[in-house]
Design a protein around this ligand. Sequence first.
Ligand code: IMP
Ligand code: MG
Length: 182
Amino acid sequence: MMTMTGTNQLGGRTISRVVYSAEDVQRRVRELGREITEAYTPEDRLLVLGLLKGSFLFMADLVREIDLPLHTDFMVVSSYGDDTVSSGDVRILYDPALSLKDRAVLIVEDVVDSGTTLRRLLPVLRAREPKSLEVCTLLHKRLTTLDEEPRWVGFEAPDEFLVGYGLDHAEDFRHLPYIASL
Ligand code: IMP
Ligand code: MG
């Protein structure tokens, strides 16, 4: 499988295996875009909310495959911390200026790993009274079960550290058009 010359070795880490090729990713993003298009109507006033930075490429490709009027915004949430902290303690470093009230909100996430981010964030967003709140994640490692599972999952991912297509290792590899294992 082809990797980008010059970028398969960064920060002392080497890509060992391409898990999803650029073609795999683009095909799946098109399917997700079709399914999301069918799930909403223009009256839903869809707001697609990407969690930065990991979702930036997925978000950019996904919204171009959604054939509905929509708005986009982003959030920055810190994903580390103690699992025992209540959902109210999620650290939101950048909060969208747009109101969520009475809008269909679709969260776009790169990967569900421990599930901590979604477990903490969803109650905070639900308190803002969106009309609906759904999640589309590119990858789900199924290491945990959530009370509210993402409605859309791009790929059932292996329990490996993955990089590319937005996912990083110490900020390296985000720009790769494919998803690889280190
Ligand atoms: P969580 O553990 O489900 O809360 O995932 C939090 C965040 O950890 C994700 O949004 C990613 O930014 C990051 N993350 C988890 N697994 C990986 C991985 O395999 N590669 C790169 N980033 C990851
Ligand atoms: Mg990250």
